[in-house]
Design a protein around this ligand. Structure first.
Ligand code: ADP
Ligand code: MP5
Length: 261
């Protein structure tokens, strides 16, 4: 069985973060492992508290994982501080980790900051360069490229600027552009649009976490980057279409949509 590691924050309500990642990986029939960067107290209505892991404890988790069950792919989500990013960078290099997917989580859908603003340079200059693919949403892409993105032409301009930060690919997610769910994949100057139908479902808590975990799972399974993104896009569309409606706010996805019992 292929093994996939998520390095991310916990969402106690099960919609985003570690919990979304493990559900996604399990649905892909890969073995899921987790190194937890923070505990969050959140639900579908917002984020109410964050308790960061110490960098020493994150290091201990990563050593336990890499020394025993080596992951075939890694997804990195919420990492709130410089010291946590530094530990991850050190360990990815030390263990020569492969198939690294970085979802540069900065804010929750509800608008709560999940990364300290002073960590931006470390994210850009140390972690992102190690990625095989990064998956910013529109506002994360704006923070990385430094200009605002209001249409598909500007998505492409942003992808070009962001791609200079790494050797890997850039996927800019269009889920937050008004009437499209079109994602732009930029690999070595080659542009591929994944045109998704915009699903009329307000329950999008955890879409970014789910997409990046699905990409990591597909990479672990041996698919190339283009097919991994294509398959992941189809997974997220299925999970949104399956219309789970839980909680009072923006609810979680339905990861059981293709499980047959
Ligand atoms: N209403 C929607 N209908 C279809 N796809 C969507 C919808 N909202 C988001 N997506 C897709 O979900 C994935 C995650 O995108 P997005 O919501 O932009 O990320 P994030 O959760 O990081 O903000 C992308 O593939 C995006 O196109
Ligand atoms: C622990 C954690 N990680 C990531 C997100 C972002 O997910 P979303 O953008 O779907 O709210 C979140 N809300 N919580």
């Amino acid at each position: 069985m292929k093994k996939v590691l998520t390095i991310a924050g916990s969402d106690c309500s099960g919609g985003a973060g570690i919990q979304a990642d493990i559900k996604t990986m399990t649905a892909h029939k890969v073995y899921a492992m987790s190194a937890i960067t923070a505990l969050t107290a959140q639900n579908t209505t917002g984020v109410y508290g964050v308790l960061e892991s110490t960098s020493e404890f994150l290091e201990q988790q990563l050593d336990c994982i890499f020394k025993d069950i080596f992951p075939d792919a890694i997804k990195i989500g919420m990492v709130s501080s410089i010291s946590l990013i530094d530990v991850i960078v050190k360990k990815l290099k030390e263990y020569n980790a492969q198939n690294i997917v970085v979802d540069p989580v900065m804010f929750s859908t509800s608008g709560h900051a999940l990364m300290c603003s002073d960590a931006m340079d470390t994210l850009k200059n140390k972690l992102i360069p190690l990625a095989d693919i990064i998956t910013p949403n529109i506002s994360e892409a704006e923070a990385l490229c430094g200009f605002s993105i209001e249409n598909t032409e500007q998505m492409l301009e942003a992808a070009k600027v962001i791609s200079s930060l790494l050797n890997g690919s850039v996927l800019i997610k269009g889920g937050h552009l008004t009437d499209s769910a079109d994602d732009l994949l930029y690999i070595d100057g080659k542009v591929t649009w994944f045109n998704g139908e915009k699903i009329d479902n307000p329950n999008t808590h955890g879409t970014g976490c789910t997409l990046s975990s699905a990409i990591a799972s597909n990479l672990a399974l041996g698919f190339n980057m283009n097919d991994s993104v294509k398959n992941a896009k189809s997974y997220i569309t299925g999970a949104l279409k399956a219309n789970l409606d839980l909680g009072a706010g923006s609810g979680p996805l339905n990861h059981c949509f293709n499980i047959i019992i």
